[in-house]
Write a protein that binds this ligand. Structure first.
Ligand code: ZN
Length: 235
C-alpha cells in the first residue's frame, strides 16, 4: 500500500498538477489530502475539483473552514484573509458545501495512518506545533503507527523514540509532509509525502513547477502580489 500524502495545496494548480503527475509516475495506490485545498492561491475552483476527483480521504484545514463559512477570516494573515474572501466569492455553493463538510481527522493506509491538518490533540484549534514538549505530547493523541500533519508548510519527521530520524518498523512517527502550493522551508519546489505502510518506509518528495506562472495567475485574478512572489523564495 503506497500512499501519497498531499497538504496545503492552497489553490496552486500549477504545483498540484506537477505533484499529481509525479505521483502517477512513481505509482501510488491512493492519494490523500491534509487540508487547506484553498486559501492564498489563484485557482481554488480547479484545485477543489482535482482533489475531489483524486483523493480518497480529505481532512479540513483552517483556510478551508474560513472559506466555507466566512468564520475565522480575522485570524488569518492579512493577505490570506483577502484571498479567502475572494475564494468564498469565486467558489460555487457545491464546492463551499464540500469544503465545509470535510472531517477534522481521518485515517488511511488500512488504519496505519492518522490524517489531520494541524495537530491530532486539538484538530479544531489549528495549533502550530513548534515546541518540543508540545510535539511529543501529540503521540498520546493518536493510536496509529503514523500521524500525518500539514499546516506549518515545513516538512519534518519526529519519532517517539529519541534519536530515530528515519522511518522504519517499530517506533511511531509524527510526519509533516510540507506544502504542495506554498512551501515555507526556503525550498520553492512543491512537497508531498510517499508512505509505504507495509514496509514502514517514508520519503519526502520535492517537485519543480513554474512558480512564475502561478505568480502571474495571482496577479491576473487580482490577489495580493506577495502571494505570488513569495513562491519563488519558498517562504
Ligand atoms: Zn496552509
Amino acid at each position: 500500500m503506497r500512499l501519497a500524502v498531499l497538504a496545503d495545496i492552497h489553490a496552486n494548480l500549477g504545483a498540484l498538477t506537477a505533484v499529481l503527475a509525479d505521483v502517477d509516475a512513481r505509482g501510488a495506490d491512493a492519494v490523500v489530502c491534509l487540508g487547506d485545498v484553498v486559501g492564498y492561491g489563484p485557482d481554488p475552483e480547479a484545485c477543489v475539483d482535482r482533489v475531489r476527483a483524486r483523493c480518497t480521504a480529505v481532512v479540513m484545514g483552517n483556510h478551508d473552514a474560513a472559506v466555507a463559512t466566512g468564520d475565522g477570516l480575522d485570524v488569518l494573515p492579512a493577505d490570506g484573509a483577502v484571498a479567502a474572501e475572494h475564494h468564498r466569492a469565486w467558489l460555487d455553493a457545491d464546492a463551499l458545501a464540500w469544503l465545509g463538510g470535510l472531517p477534522l481527522a481521518g485515517t488511511a493506509a488500512d488504519g496505519a495512518a492518522t490524517l489531520v491538518h494541524a495537530s491530532p490533540d486539538q484538530p479544531a484549534a489549528w495549533r502550530r506545533l513548534d515546541g518540543v514538549r508540545q510535539v511529543f505530547a501529540q503521540f498520546e493523541a493518536f493510536a496509529t503507527p503514523v500521524c500525518f500533519v500539514g499546516h506549518s508548510h515545513r516538512p519534518a519527521v519526529v519519532s517517539n523514540v529519541l534519536g530515530v530520524t528515519t522511518v522504519r518498523p517499530g517506533p511511531r512517527y509524527l510526519i509533516n509532509v510540507g506544502s504542495v502550493g506554498q512551501p515555507r522551508d526556503r525550498d520553492p519546489r512543491a512537497a508531498y509525502g510517499l508512505f509505504d505502510a507495509a514496509a514502514m518506509r517514508y520519503e519526502l518528495v520535492r517537485v519543480r513547477y513554474d512558480t512564475a506562472q502561478t505568480a502571474a495567475r495571482v496577479a491576473a485574478r487580482g490577489l495580493p502580489p506577495r502571494l505570488g512572489s513569495r513562491l519563488a523564495e519558498g517562504v
